[in-house]
Design a protein around this ligand. Structure first.
Ligand SMILES: [Fe+2]
Length: 180
């Protein structure tokens, strides 16, 4: 069975070594065996997020995206590793426009993540996320810091203007279990 305590301990060792690659490998291992993962954290049967670990230097969240959920563009200001264990999460990446005449950000590529896929996000990344499926998609999100304490931004989907981050606006309807 997936050992959550060991997983957290392993992630902590990768933090100490400052190795994002090691962190990515750990997440890849965890999501490679969903059946084992489900025995410890449950199979996602409703949309929402479940905080698996929360500390000033490390936050681990189990995210169950609602069918066809879409988020606003947002940043984390923390390095992150995203590992999908079921379904799909399509990332649209954005970058700041240096001297904006109209929009403060512009689209800058994308990455479609399916079950078993893992990606590292740098701390400057701005992304929006789509679950394109008619079913729940599940992912483990690991952040190298305190996900809930960092003051960060979201961008209005129409004007693309920057605003303070508000989880309820970024991911509409997302209930967070175990939130500090
Ligand atoms: Fe995000």
């Amino acid at each position: 069975m997936f050992d959550l305590d060991q997983f957290i301990a392993d992630l902590r060792s990768s933090l100490a070594e400052r190795s994002r690659k090691a962190m990515k490998d750990m997440v890849a291992r965890a999501v490679s065996d969903p059946a084992s993962l489900y025995r410890r954290i449950g199979e996602p049967n409703k949309p929402g997020a479940q905080v698996l670990h929360h500390a000033p230097d490390l936050t681990v969240i189990n995210v169950a995206w609602a069918p066809q959920q879409i988020t606003l563009p947002h940043n984390h200001l923390l390095a992150a590793v995203i590992g999908m264990y079921s379904g799909r999460e399509d990332n649209l990446f954005w970058r700041r426009v240096p001297n904006p005449e109209k929009y403060q950000i512009e689209a800058a590529g994308g990455r479609a993540l399916g079950a078993g896929d893992v990606t590292i996000l740098g701390d400057e990344v701005i992304h929006s996320v789509v679950n394109p499926l008619a079913k729940i998609s599940g992912a483990i999100h690991v952040y190298a810091g305190d996900f809930f304490a960092v003051e960060r931004s979201m961008w209005d989907p129409e004007s693309l203007a920057e605003a303070p981050y508000d989880l309820n606006a970024v991911a509409k309807g997302m209930q967070v279990e175990g939130r500090p």
